[in-house]
Design a protein around this ligand. Structure first.
Ligand code: GDP
Length: 334
């Protein structure tokens, strides 16, 4: 027999929040994101009801992921690009996935003092990374925040992440176009290639070209060569490599033309829509995996038996397979 999950109706205060988000109010959007970031069970069900009501209003933005090692110039670039875009009538939301903030409580991507000029603009919305939870948890909240920002009428959403750990692939899995910022020296290139990040990159920007334009042009040529040999994310799109200077606001227009060309090209081949659909289904599976794991961790029999069984595995008294089988079998006892 099928059981339907009970869906709570919107509380009156959340109906107000919904109205505020749909009217594009930044305060309402910030409050709604705080609600979805909460781990309290009652907040979670309110957040789900709110998300459901907002879902029909989502999807109308271009979603960009921007990554690069600390110091490469991500926030300088996003601020320059953001101001340039809002001056042309865009509304831009900047969200962050910072794995360091969930591990240490500190954050590589920094706090609200970043991008002050952009933050002051009514047409921009900047939200730091949620600081609680695993990378998966942080990414889940950021993806939901992205949907809320879209419902609030932000037509460009930038998800920023640091070039450390798994966060690039996680962010690449939630955006339309993934952009990698690099410095004009060869050392970084190898790192990015080794970690497989280049394979998810749709565009590579060599930043700080103002410092040494020749070195930047050389790095650009090297990257172009390397990309010819690597497997790229789409068969219809060879990731462009551009030199930019975030500090001097140079190359923003050329970059934006590439973003639009990317969207047009992938829309024409049907990949744009297919990618979003596949991302949504993958997202469902991520949530199922996380939910099953949580049910497992919270199961009273598992909680009671896990330490002993884990000890027995350590001491070779029981095989890992047998222990895992026994623990998983408890899930059938509700
Ligand atoms: P993030 O850690 O990747 O966000 O890097 P930031 O945006 O904080 O930039 C790190 C440093 O590089 C700052 O001192 C910036 O002023 C500087 N910077 C960023 N972009 C450029 C650029 O295009 N040219 C120059 N010369 N400096 C830059």
């Amino acid at each position: 027999m099928l059981h339907r999950v009970h869906e709570a109706p919107l509380l009156p205060e959340d109906a107000m929040l919904l109205k505020g988000v749909l009217a594009g109010e930044r305060r309402a959007l910030a409050k709604a994101i705080t609600l979805i970031e909460s781990s309290r069970a009652d907040h979670r069900s309110r957040a789900n009801a709110l998300l459901k009501a907002l879902l029909p209003h989502t999807g109308h933005s271009i979603r960009l992921g921007i990554s690069g090692v600390p110091g490469v110039g991500k926030s300088t670039f996003i601020e320059a690009l953001g101001i340039w875009l809002v001056e042309q009538g865009a509304r831009l939301a900047v969200l962050a996935v910072d794995p360091s903030s969930s591990i240490s409580g500190g954050s590589i991507l920094g706090d609200k003092t970043r991008m002050e000029l952009l933050a002051a603009r009514e047409e921009a919305f900047i939200r730091p990374s949620p600081s609680a939870g695993s990378l998966g948890g942080v990414a889940e909240k950021t993806r939901e925040a992205m949907l809320l920002a879209e419902a609030a009428g932000f037509n460009v959403v930038v998800v920023e992440t640091v070039g450390v750990g798994q966060s690039e692939t996680t962010v690449a899995g939630m955006v339309d176009m993934f952009i990698l910022l690099q410095l004009p020296n060869a050392g970084d290139d190898l790192q990015a290639i080794k970690k497989g990040i280049v394979e998810v990159a749709d565009c590579i920007l060599i930043n700080k070209a103002d410092i040494n334009p020749q070195a930047a042009a050389f790095a650009c040529a090297q990257w172009k060569n390397a990309l010819k040999m690597l497997r790229t994310a789409s068969p219809h799109w060879l990731p462009p490599v551009l030199t930019v200077s975030a500090a001097q606001k140079e190359g923003l227009d050329i970059f934006w033309k590439e973003v639009l060309r990317f969207k047009c090209t992938l829309e024409a081949s049907g990949e744009f829509q297919a990618k979003r659909k596949a991302q949504a289904v993958r997202w469902m599976w991520n949530l199922i995996d996380a939910g099953l794991r949580q049910q497992f961790d919270e199961h009273p029999l598992v909680k009671a038996e896990l330490p002993g069984l884990s000890n027995s595995v350590e001491n070779g008294k029981i095989s890992p397979t047998a222990a895992a089988g026994q623990l998983l079998s408890y899930m059938q006892h509700v």
